[in-house]
Design a protein around this ligand. Structure first.
Ligand code: COI
Length: 355
């Protein structure tokens, strides 16, 4: 492949791997290898390799540590019943990585390199793709400014890595409804900001509101737009969808402040093809609360690569606390999507890519 392999000198034994794969949660276990490539302003992308997973050596002056010039992606590899391993719409993630790179003044990675890094790493570490119910190999591509320079400008030395983490459910309770704290005090993104880019800073800024949500006893925080302070945006790591009593599904339209989820986009397509009315629109918190109270809104769910599809069971914020009972369409869409991803039903879209 494009990423020549230098094998790990001391890979995990079969027993060690079996133990690591025995009780999977999210993002704590890593496979034996990682993919890497390096970009210099003068030479472009070079030094493609697969090597042993391990700690990085980084200058303390590396720009990423100071100014946060970084982008990342999330994508999964699924083991099908016949043992073959597949990923989901890798070119979607390749293109989105490059949108993020553009916004963060990082060099774009050729799509062929992105896809080759997935193929070459997963083939090297194929034994690390778990086969339990709801399990997958979570792939985390990322690129960052490694140039040792404290001036504020786009770095001229950049590293791309891909690491792989065998994972189970993102939420410890699986498909159990999640509770949401809607923050009025913090916004995730503003007009012209970085909200549509998958960059670490967006997630860093969500941590305090997320902690405050947890202190209120909620699982996740939900952000509203910064202009009206009333329109739903996203959870910070997942997009939102609302199911009305008439079967219509609504989701916040992309305004430049929301991350365009791969799962979001796939679900919109699946719902349309199931004959539903699907609308990308402005959804106000006020309207949503009225809809829940009147019964016009039946379900609210969150979706993302890591979390897949999860029902929201409770919405709280300053002055409101409502329960949402329904999750029928949520489960339907969860099963339809994962059916395709795990190869249990045919994939009429050509979304699955054999690794
Ligand atoms: C995803 O992979 O779904 C993400 O958005 C990253 C993070 C929230 C785990």
């Amino acid at each position: 492949g494009r990423f020549p392999v230098t094998p790990h000198p001391l890979p995990a034994t079969q027993a060690q791997r079996a133990q690591a794969l025995g009780d999977l949660h999210f993002g704590r276990v890593f496979s034996d290898h990682m993919a890497h490539a390096r970009w210099t302003r003068d030479g472009g992308w070079d030094a493609h390799e697969i090597r042993a997973y391990g700690d990085l050596t980084l200058s303390p002056a590396a720009a990423v540590l100071h100014y946060g010039q970084e982008v990342f992606e999330g994508i999964k590899a699924y083991r099908h019943d016949d043992g073959t391993v597949w990923t989901f719409r890798p070119r979607y993630n390749a293109a989105r990585l490059n949108l993020s790179c553009r916004r963060m003044a990082l060099p774009e990675l050729p799509e062929e390199d992105f896809v080759a890094s997935l193929v070459d790493l997963v083939r090297t570490d194929v034994e690390w793709v778990p086969s339990g119910e709801g399990e997958s190999l979570y792939l985390r591509p990322f690129a960052f400014a490694s140039e040792a320079f404290l001036g504020v400008r786009a770095a001229e030395l950049v590293d791309y890595y891909l690491i792989a983490s065998p994972s189970g459910a993102y939420f410890p309770n699986g498909l159990k409804p999640v509770s949401i704290w809607v923050t009025q005090d913090y916004h995730r993104a503003g007009r012209g900001g970085t909200g549509a880019a998958k960059t670490g800073g967006n997630y860093a800024s969500s941590l305090l509101p997320q902690r405050l949500a947890a202190e209120q006893g909620c699982d996740q925080v939900c952000f509203l737009d910064d202009v009206t302070g009333d329109n739903l945006e996203e959870l910070g790591g997942m997009n939102l969808m609302v199911v009305d009593a008439d079967g219509t599904v609504r989701t916040p339209r992309l305004t430049g402040t929301i991350l365009e989820g791969s799962t979001r986009s796939a679900i919109l397509r699946l719902l349309l093809d199931a004959g539903r009315t699907v609308v990308e629109t402005t959804i106000s918190l006020e309207g949503l609360l009225e809809g829940i109270a009147s019964g016009k809104v039946r379900e609210v769910f969150a979706c993302g690569t890591a979390a897949v599809v999860v029902p929201l069971g409770r919405l709280r914020g300053d002055g409101f606390d409502v329960t949402i009972k329904g999750a029928e369409v949520t489960h339907e869409i969860h099963d339809r999507l994962t059916g395709i991803q795990y190869g249990r039903v045919p994939d009429p879209y050509g979304w699955m890519y054999r690794l």
